[in-house]
Ligand binder design. Sequence first.
Ligand code: HEM
Length: 399
Amino acid sequence: MTEPTTGAPAVPRTRSCPFLPPDGIAAVREAAPVTRATFTSGHEAWLVTGYEQVRAVLRDPSFSVRVPHALHTQDGVVTEKPGRGSLLWQDAPEHTGDRRMLAKEFTVRRMQALKPNIQRIVDEHLDAIEAQGGPVDLVKTFANPVPSMVISDLFGVPVERRPEFQEIAEAMMRVDQDAAATEAAGMRLGGLLYQLVQERRADPGDDLISALITTEDPDGVIDDMFLMNAAGTLLIAAHDTTACMIGLGTALLLDRPDQLALLREDPSLIGNAVEELLRYLTIGQYGGERVATQDVEIGGVRIGKGEQVVAHILAADFDPAFVDEPERFDITRRPAPHLAFGFGAHQCIGQQLARIELQIVFSSLLRRFPTLRPAKPVEELRFRSDMVFYGVHELPVTW
Ligand code: HEM
């Protein structure tokens, strides 16, 4: 269904402070937490910015993820999406069943068991950085490779194929290449995942893919395609997000010496600090896109069947109705239920792993380099304003 164009104002996207939400989004929320806006693609849709209203959208089964328009791209064209096992692009009831099967494998035990390996991966990268000597680009040498090694561990990618896996994963996220190159990287990733699935079928280990292969599956849902979709989604959902949080989180900590000093003085604040970093940066900067499958009311506003909605989690995490003085970055805040991992049926399945990883990353980085400092002023950094997940393209640091 095409929505009528009424000349609604453009959704705010420009940030005068790179660590704060776009200018004007707070005013939009104050004026109307559910309102019409025009998006990058030129389409109009509902823009939801209030904390309670965003939660109301994300938990309401009347909304589907199979949206008609890609609001945040220039052409608005929705590309073909993967099916069973891909979660992000599935609705209930298939989503519910497939997610249950995947979630079963994201156990506390499995995540805790990854800890020593995550620590080892982090330490090895810090050793290499130290040996190289400053200044180094922390994105290239640390923020990007660490999450891809962690996910390789989770999937049981054999050590000798990890460099290739990492190279492809990084090629998938690059912006300085054309669509054909990204597609080619996607094809190579598909080939690699197919090979991995076949190897695990022949010789199961204690990794996540083997666990899925051997899980109870009375309806015979878990075929090769399911496994490749699941692994592909997990890889993409886990890699770019965590990498962005590491790069941008470090940039923010270095920009706020008082908070950095607090964390250095009391390393036990790390859990709180990571929650505040997640809230403050809420890197899923465009929010969750949904479409109403029936008429529904959100915050007293009627949203018609077929109309598209953006649940703006970044604006919601700065709603004063949710958190006092939202623009104050304060790692001593009592952690509150922020929406950086989304909410409702599609809430991030990997959040526990992300938290463990970020805690190890920031603690180890600060411990290893007590004099870590930026090698370039914040104003000269290139921020990922045009990408789904916000972050820094590079972060030169020295010590
Ligand atoms: C700091 C890092 C991360 C952030 C900020 C993040 C954020 C998010 C958000 C906002 C969503 C909800 C999307 C929506 O409602 O449309 C989501 C979903 C998801 N995330 Fe994460 N994520 C992170 C790390 C991870 C990791 C490490 C994994 C896996 C190991 C992961 C796997 C997933 C999956 C599979 C979904 C889809 C769940 C579903 O649709 O049911 N994420 N994530």
